[in-house]
Design a protein. Sequence first.
Length: 127
Amino acid sequence: GYFQCYNSEPICDQTEFFHPNGTCVACPACVPGEELSEDCGFGDGEEGICIPCEEGKFSTETGVAPCRTCTQCSLLNRLEKKACSPTSDSLCGHCLPGNVFSRPDCFSNSFLDFPSCSAALGFTPDC
């Protein structure tokens, strides 16, 4: 067989893009409340810039991770104690009236340990 060698570009890691000068360059790190305008890593993303998280999303760390969707407490049948902001998720409180925690844990002192609430259906878990 006959093989022709090509000058291949370096393989960039998960947080690097391939620069036109032939090197791998670290993706920009965005501050909390921001994300990159395009995915960056493994050689792609040289055009990416940091932009604010869109409404209903947040990020808490500096880095290349995309913004995450805010928790919707109402979908968990829970009261919203603190609204979502670009730098923090929503904080859900107690169950909405007429609901109880789906998985009652009699050994827990914290209602935050329960992911969601469901209709009480006429009974209250007794601990």
